[in-house]
Write a protein that binds this ligand. Structure first.
Ligand code: BG6
Ligand code: MG
Length: 212
């Protein structure tokens, strides 16, 4: 087998929290009188919380904000977002994802999470995968967000695997760029499915089985 491990992005791959990010950012944008729509929201995929805020603030017409004010705005958004996360349950893990993970696990593959989110562990716990992955690399252990490959390099390191032994699964172009920048092969799904830098294109999560 070419790969010994799979590094999964979380939001948009294992589960779908994208809508909650959108609703929470939308609430913040409305409060600040900033135009924000689903199209702009696509630009936030895979991008860290503060980088996402800076993208939203590109349309801000008010006086320049201090770093402290920006931190407060990011916390305001995160508080709203977390209320949605706390309503998630194992029912938010689809049967397709669950069955596919089971199948791949039975092939002896190791699994890691490589997510920009600082809420990754909370999300995994909510959907019943709290102890499932062999390693978790997330927004809490990185300095640089995707497209920087740090989050995936740390994931491979936590597993004790070389880059060439790992396949990255991503729905964000920034995430595919991150994988590519470090020399990882990647499988793109959703928004990233037709992105030319992906090694494999997945129409649906269970297509991952065909890669192995
Ligand atoms: C990524 C999402 O997984 O996590 C981004 O795709 C999000 O949209 C980023 O901005 C950071 O998330 P959090 O939970 O740390 O605010
Ligand atoms: Mg994602």
């Amino acid at each position: 087998m070419k790969y010994r491990a799979i590094i999964f992005d979380l939001d948009g791959v294992i589960c779908h929290t994208d809508r909650y990010h959108y609703l929470a950012w939308k609430q913040l944008a409305d409060k600040l009188g900033i135009y924000f729509d689903e199209q702009i929201n696509h630009r936030l995929r895979g991008v860290s919380r503060m980088d996402s805020l800076n993208i939203i603030l590109e349309r801000y017409k008010g006086k320049p904000l201090s770093e402290d004010e920006k931190e407060n705005l990011a916390s305001y958004k995160n508080d709203i977002y977390k209320k949605y996360l706390l309503k998630m349950s194992p029912e938010d893990l689809s049967k397709e994802v669950s069955d596919t993970l089971c199948y791949l696990r039975n092939l002896g593959l190791e699994f890691a999470i490589g997510s920009s989110s600082k809420n990754a562990r909370l999300i995994l716990k909510q959907i019943g995968l709290g102890d499932y992955f062999d390693a978790i690399s997330d927004g809490n252990n990185i300095r640089y967000s995707k497209p920087n490959p740090e989050v995936f390099l740390k994931a491979a390191d936590y597993l004790g695997r070389r880059v060439s032994e790992c396949l990255v699964v991503e729905d964000a172009k920034a995430g595919v760029d991150a994988a590519h920048n470090a020399g990882f092969d990647s499988a793109g799904i959703g928004e990233a499915a037709d992105y030319p830098l992906t090694t494999y294109q997945l129409n649906k999560f269970s297509d991952l089985i065909n890669v192995f």
